[in-house]
Write a protein that binds this ligand. Structure first.
Ligand code: HEC
Ligand code: HEC
Length: 440
């Protein structure tokens, strides 16, 4: 062949290749659109469009409240009930809900009081040797992600906080097995109620004197002008502000969100093929169907508990291992856990309530194999979904790409303050963390 002819062929085949792959990509868009006829169902609102964010009548969203909550979530000066006085003012909510790790700890289990160190994203936090194991603040389950929680009607893995949805008619259970759940009677909202208890559990006390001394009185007054003072300067006021802040932590800049809003280039072909599996053949959407791609469905997927994977301060008799059954006491609810949201999971394994699978690809492979991990869970409890799925290696990779990068909002920094009023180092303020984070 002559040089010119070769060039002509090269150009034609290049044109055909790019033309074809363009065609393939737009047919992927068409297939995916067919599986999601109502795209609005999955579009998260803008974090500044307060009116469109689910909220409690008792705690309407305002900018001042959200701004205060954004500080309190990261503020060590309220970590004033540490078990040992030298660890006072060293931890925060974000010790366990670390932004760089998708608002989870960068390690399997979160440690607030009784922990030290941070690493780059929370992975290097350790238990202080002089704390008794049962004195540290570490909970017997993998922390849930605090993103998109506005769409959580009943919070925690067992759905024990909240008065509506699956918890409608459960009044008799509030406080029965777990005294903290009596807070549901306050009826301030799911997160609002839960976080009052959360502040207690995580050893943070708020009083008028403490708030004033910390320099936060003005911010509380601006954020909560209508709340009676005895509630405003207390864990109640702090919880309302923190809950308002959490409600607007939405992952609306994830590629899949851009795709839903019409930008077909936002997802790669691999991610599109994965989404087609998610909403189609693999039918992940049968449980992960709310705006946050979680739901209030409680299911047993047969995974291990945290104590089996090195969890501290937990064990075989931890009620959390029973899932929904630990809240209701009913045999039919045993070992069933709430379907969690799926955004920004890529930045921190391990996965499931017991942190029993290291990677997202591992999670997909677990579902594809369809065999339970935890032999104590009777087959009769297991979700029928847990059976061999027959996905090819290629399909496993596609589905993994969709959940790991297609659902990852790259800009969570907008939910982190530049500094807190005390000027302390956060998420953690202990000596080792300060060195890790280059706080002077
Ligand atoms: C010691 C680690 C730790 C600290 C500190 C911590 N959390 Fe959590 N958080 C967890 C764990 C573990 C869970 C899941 C527990 C469960 O479901 O049994 C959780 C769950 C949550 C949830 C429920 C999310 C959902 O989808 O249901 C919210 C909201 C939350 N935390 C907010 C906070 C706030 C606000 C603070 C500060 C007051 C805080 N957390 C401090 C470990 C922690
Ligand atoms: C039968 C309901 C159901 C179906 C179908 C389902 N899931 Fe889930 N998913 C759950 C529940 C419940 C959990 C939490 C289980 C636990 O930790 O005990 C979960 C957990 C996960 C997690 C771990 C989240 C975390 O925070 O650790 C990922 C990732 C996930 N599912 C992805 C998928 C994918 C991908 C599919 C489709 C192949 C799928 N799920 C299908 C109910 C379901």
């Amino acid at each position: 062949m002559q040089k010119g002819t070769i060039w002509l062929w090269a150009c034609i085949s290049l044109w055909m290749m790019t033309g074809c792959s363009h065609e393939e990509s737009s047919s992927l868009d068409a297939q995916l659109s067919q599986l999601i006829p109502d795209k609005g169902r999955f579009i998260l609102p803008s974090e500044t469009d307060y009116a469109s964010i689910p909220q409690s009548d008792a705690n309407p969203l305002t900018r001042e409240k959200i701004e205060l909550g954004k500080l309190l979530f990261f503020e060590p000066i309220f970590a004033n009930e540490a078990r040992h006085s030298d660890l006072k003012y060293t931890f925060t909510c974000s010790s366990c809900h670390v932004p760089e790790s998708g608002f989870r700890p960068g390690r399997m289990q979160g440690i607030a009081d009784g922990g030290y160190g941070f690493g780059l994203k929370g992975e290097a936090r350790l238990k202080y040797p002089y704390y008794q194991p049962n004195a540290i603040d570490a909970q017997g389950a993998r922390p849930l992600v605090t993103l998109n929680v506005a769409y959580v009607q009943a919070s925690m893995w067992n759905g024990s906080f909240g008065t509506e949805g699956p918890n409608a008619g459960t009044e008799a259970l509030w406080g029965l097995y777990d005294p903290a759940t009596a807070t549901n009677h306050k009826k301030l909202g799911t997160l609002e109620n839960q976080n009052i208890e959360g502040l207690k559990t995580h050893r943070m006390l708020y009083t008028r004197e403490i708030i004033e001394a910390a320099g936060y009185k003005d911010a509380f007054d601006k954020a909560l002008p209508d709340l009676p003072e005895d509630q405003r300067y207390s864990r109640i006021g702090a919880s309302l502000a923190i809950s308002a802040y959490l409600r607007q932590n939405l992952t609306n800049q994830a590629p899949f969100q851009h795709w839903l809003k019409g930008n077909e280039n936002a997802l790669s072909d691999e991610e599109k093929r994965g989404a087609i599996l998610f909403f189609g053949k693999a039918n992940c959407v049968s449980c992960h169907y709310e705006k946050n791609l979680g739901s209030m469905r409680f299911e047993a997927l047969g995974v291990d508990d945290l104590y089996e994977h090195g969890g501290l301060n937990t064990g075989p008799s931890d009620r959390r291992n029973m899932g929904r059954g630990g809240f209701t006491g009913k045999a039919e609810d045993m070992f069933k856990f709430r379907t969690p949201q799926l955004y920004n999971l890529a930045d921190s394994g391990p996965y499931f309530h017991g942190g029993s699978i290291e990677t997202l690809e591992g999670v997909v492979r677990y579902f594809n194999t369809g065999k339970k991990q935890n032999s104590r869970i009777p087959d009769s409890q297991l979700a029928p979904f847990l059976r061999p799925m027959g996905l090819t290696d290629e399909e496993v990779k596609d589905l993994t790409a969709f959940i790991s990068s297609g659902l990852r909002d790259p800009n969570l920094k907008r939910y982190v303050p530049e500094r807190v009023l005390s000027g302390m180092c956060f998420p953690n303020n202990d000596k080792a963390s300060k060195i890790d984070m280059d706080c002077n």
